[in-house]
Design a protein around this ligand. Sequence first.
Ligand code: NAP
Length: 472
Amino acid sequence: MSKAHFGLVGLGVMGENLVLNAERNGFSSVVYNRTYSKTESFLEGKGFGKKIQGAIDLKEFVSKLERPRRILMMIKAGGATDRVIDQISPYLQEGDLLIDGGNSEFRDTERRVAQLESRQFGYIGMGVSGGAKGALEGPSMMPGGTKASYEAIESLVQKMAAQVEDIPCVTYIGPGGSGHFVKTVHNGIEYGIEQILSESYDLMKRVGNMTGNEIADVFCQWNQTEELSSYLVEITEICLRAKDPEDGKDLVEKIIDKAGQKGTGLWTVVSALELGVSVPTIYASLNARVMSSLKKERVEAEKILSSSSSFKFDIGTIENSMAPIQDAVILSCIASYAQGMELLKAASKEYSYNLDMCSIAQIWKGGCIIRSRLLERIQDAFYVDSQLPNLFIDKWFVEQVNRRLPGLVKVVAGASQAGIPVPCFSSTLDYINSYRTSRLPQNLVQAMRDCFGSHTYQRIDKEGTFHTEWIS
Ligand code: NAP
């Protein structure tokens, strides 16, 4: 049998779909999975009749690939990835290429790129987004590493990626762990938007007493708009319409209100703290998941901490697409993207990634979970000014803020009085209010710091550094 063009390690949800994608695009493939029975059932099932062969061990796997070998690892991130690299490396030869498509921590990827490239192997850390369907039909991919290694896989990933107006949703991101850094921030933005949409559902349900189908109708309307047309709004409508086959009631209402997380949201927030970037909307979404995990405690607390949940306020009507909530959702989604983009710019500077914000917005426009029409505007904003300090000062976004802020204020104020948590909406409001305030109260913080710790301060009326003996 002739040698295969492409190798895949890890036949999990993502791996099996990605190898089918590669094969459909003309790349004969060989697959290896730690548990061989999975390889067998794949070859007898979804992989049957395709130009895909299996391998029982890594030695056989490598021997079945044409050189230079292009091997995609789609396995659990962390120690498992290091173990597979150690196991496969003895069989690789100079110029062969390993691609890590898992959700690896970007510092792990920095280390692996340095180690593997120094041994004359190519190593690409590639964020992949789109879930199982995207992996099969065309995901968005964020590859980082050396330019030479990227060029060796370019023809493969360009064919496999989603295409938007004939442009593939993949591009060279930058050196080292930049691809995984960009994927991490993508996931942070995703956390934000998921929480934002959930807050809007909660208000429609609790304040508007709306049914799942009625709320789904609103999401359907929102999905027709330039500002909110997106994959996540689309699937929210689907989730809200789904019924429990046992009793025909809304399935969403049967799901326990505890959200899991696998690390990328946390890494986004930790990176933001390390780099001094303000990401309150994204942080609020992470914290909301943490609070959701305290289910038992929340059930007990509800019995003893009084709440004002009967308060009603104007959340709009189906006829006006729940206008105030829509305003809150739009500004919060913009904030989530804006904060993510800020973080990418700061990382680009700190780690010399030389990220192209315009291209990143471009490759997120198709295939990935955060794809949306809004990304078109984001791309335009960075096209006009690649060094744009913040999305919120781009002309189109300024108009959005000035038009929609009263709606966001109404929602945050009303939700506060009703005792309904809206962490992303309220964090977004504080973010915008802080950003548009030329004088914040940190003058007093500076005074206190100087008072107790002689930390010194600067003045608005004179150059220099000052200290005052505050306590006589
Ligand atoms: P999955 O379905 O849970 O499959 C995990 C795969 O990793 C399996 O093939 C498993 O092999 C293999 N594996 C685990 N530990 C291993 C070890 N120590 N040595 C060798 N192989 C090992 O995972 P998935 O959802 O496809 O995700 C794969 C990667 O892509 C992860 O890093 C994930 O974070 C990332 N990702 C997932 C999605 C998504 O939507 N699911 C999207 C983007 C990125 P066995 O069969 O032998 O256990």
